[in-house]
Design a protein around this ligand. Structure first.
Ligand SMILES: [Zn+2]
Length: 203
């Protein structure tokens, strides 16, 4: 994956882009990158951190403000579609990367909603892409920190240099302490499920 690509990363929260695919983004600095966070635009703490992280990745950052309250009330697909349509200038990409339909750990509803909403947007032609990748991690029902699943189509093992830079974004830009869940989670292996043939079939 060293060729030039125009990619879109769609995540629920600022920091998901770093946790689940930060190494991939750092390794492919030549890609044209847009990172879209569906939540926290009005969060005065997370908003500037997200844009600093995007700058570090050399990416265009976009945020929206879908409810992210602790009670996790379900959000409809149309809210996600409206947020994307309102905020994204482009709809055509070579690659879209997003959450897994079953999330990355036990359990955050927004991750699952984002995954299915992005898939639906691609199916409806709201967004176009040649390929779609889903993050592929599991915490084995909270028994461990989320780790790349063995059934991934692609596992990228980060070298120390890339891993340290990824960790730096989590600890220095986002400001999570070394003992935080985020810092301890920060995966050294990034796993992905790849949907390529699927798009050939539906087109
Ligand atoms: Zn998240």
């Amino acid at each position: 994956m060293s060729d030039e690509k125009n990619i879109l990363v769609m995540v629920a929260h600022p920091d998901d882009e770093t946790l689940w695919c930060g190494g991939l983004l750092l390794k492919n600095s030549q890609w044209q990158k847009t990172i879209f966070s569906f939540t926290r635009e009005s969060d005065k703490d997370r908003n500037p951190k997200f844009y600093r992280a995007c700058e570090y990745f050399g990416a265009n950052g976009v945020m929206s403000d879908i409810d992210d309250g602790a009670e996790q009330k379900p959000v409809s697909y149309y809210e996600y579609q409206m947020a994307a349509e309102k905020k994204l200038e482009k709809k055509d990409y070579d690659l879209i990367i997003t959450h897994n339909p079953s999330g990355e750990y036990t359990r955050h509803l927004r991750h699952e909603e984002v995954s299915l909403s992005v898939l639906l947007m691609v199916g409806k032609g709201i967004l176009n892409t040649k390929e779609m990748w889903f993050f592929n991690f599991s915490d084995t029902f909270k028994k461990e920190f989320p780790r790349a699943r063995q059934d991934s189509d692609l596992i990228i093992e980060l070298d120390d240099e890339i891993y340290n830079r990824k960790k730096k974004i989590i600890c220095e830009i986002y400001g999570f302490s070394e003992s935080s869940w985020e810092a301890q989670t920060t995966p050294k292996k990034e796993g992905f499920r790849i949907m390529k043939e699927f798009f050939r079939r539906i087109k």
